[in-house]
Design a protein around this ligand. Structure first.
Ligand code: UFG
Length: 342
């Protein structure tokens, strides 16, 4: 019998890649997603990749009765992987309540219902943003968290605290929070990838959209940071590596291999690349000249952020394997494919 897993936000960027990985590892997946930042046809792409169509139910997690109803009629989930959340940093600064309402009310509703129906395993989609501007690098999970500079980031930090409190109160409940560094790339099939609505906030979709002619030029936000070439350094990680880590974390939960019932793990490669290095690699890998210009710093950006990823390696037996070249190549293949379809 396949183990049943509920994936919230499973039509989204990281969610869809994780669903593929789950199906390939013999789990039965049910996705709930409100499609606010994703498309239902992702389900068909997942079927094309894996040969299996995951179950899909449209559901907004702000509606607790709807979640309750779903869990009443769809029994037997062994775990939840919770991706569903808003994630645009700038938008969260403009509209903090929308972010707290969606990301925190959604989480609380989900946990209340999960408790009611006895689903006691959770994997939470967190972010390196909870570290703020770290004092030392690479950042390990032992580093103190800081109040993130955006409501989006703070919603991730508070969400972790809520989950930790529940784990303290209920010994039956187990959770792993995975702190992502900078996920980029797309599935090797070219069938799923990141599809930001409107103007992208993040570097890689902005680069690929510029190269394809959708944006005039990339603005590089500052070259006066204390780094090797003055541009900020980040730990970019291939979304397929990230997806595999979720499956490993899930197995850890289901096998009851945890040391404590709330664990936190960084998911990064441990390598940092500057914005200019990413641009240069993009130009080399794709043979495209990128139009870009150095402009002022973007507020809230930290100079350097890269992971100490040893804990995940030790506890999950997982290590990010794909190179920056592979990440960029797959992002570019995806961008070209998407634009042909639209
Ligand atoms: N950058 C540019 N131009 C752009 C976009 C980004 O120069 O058009 C630079 C940024 O200044 C930064 C780097 O590219 O130095 C990476 O920026 P991203 O927006 O891609 O990623 P961030 O590191 O800012 O964002 C990550 C996650 C978010 C998270 C955020 C919190 O992607 O989900 O960290 O700091 F909220």
């Amino acid at each position: 019998m396949k183990k049943k897993i509920l994936v919230t936000g499973g039509c989204g960027y990281i969610g869809s890649h994780t669903v593929v990985s789950l199906i390939e590892n013999n789990f039965e997946v049910t996705i709930i997603d409100d499609l606010s930042n994703s498309q239902e046809d992702v389900i068909d792409s997942i079927k094309e990749i894996t040969g299996i169509k995951p179950n899909f139910l449209k559901c907004d997690l702000k509606n607790k009765d709807h979640i309750d109803n779903i869990l009443k009629y769809h029994k037997g989930f062994e775990a939840i992987i919770h991706f569903a959340a808003h994630k645009a940093v700038g938008e969260s600064v403009q509209n903090p309540l929308m972010y707290y309402q969606n990301n925190l009310t959604g989480l609380i509703n989900l946990l209340v219902c999960a408790q009611k129906y006895n689903i006691n395993n959770l994997i939470f989609s967190s972010s390196a943003t909870v570290y703020g501007n770290p004092e030392s690098l690479p950042i390990s999970e032992k580093n103190k968290t800081q109040r993130p500079s955006s409501p989006y980031g703070n919603s991730k930090k508070v969400a972790e605290e809520i989950i930790e409190d529940l784990a303290t109160a209920s010994k039956d409940f187990s959770a792993i929070s995975l702190r992502y560094f900078n996920p980029i790339g797309a599935h090797k099939s070219g069938l799923i990838g990141e599809l930001p609505t409107g103007i992208p906030n993040n570097l890689m979709p902005y680069i690929t959209q510029t190269a394809i002619g959708l944006r005039e030029k990339l603005m590089v936000f500052g070259n006066d940071y204390p780094t090797k070439d003055g541009t900020p350094i980040r730990d970019y990680i291939h979304v397929e590596d990230l997806a595999d880590a979720h499956v490993k974390a899930l197995s850890r939960l289901l096998n009851k291999s945890q040391e404590t019932n709330f664990e936190i793990m960084n998911l990064g490669t441990g390598n940092g690349f500057s914005v200019l290095e990413v641009i240069k690699t993009f130009e080399e890998v794709t043979q495209q000249k990128l139009n870009y210009e150095i402009t002022q710093r973007r507020s809230g950006d930290v100079p350097k952020l890269y992971a100490d990823a040893k804990l995940a390696e030790e506890k999950l037996n997982w290590k990010a394997e794909r190179t920056l070249n592979e990440m960029i190549k797959s992002s570019w293949i995806w961008e070209q494919k998407v634009r042909k379809q639209l």
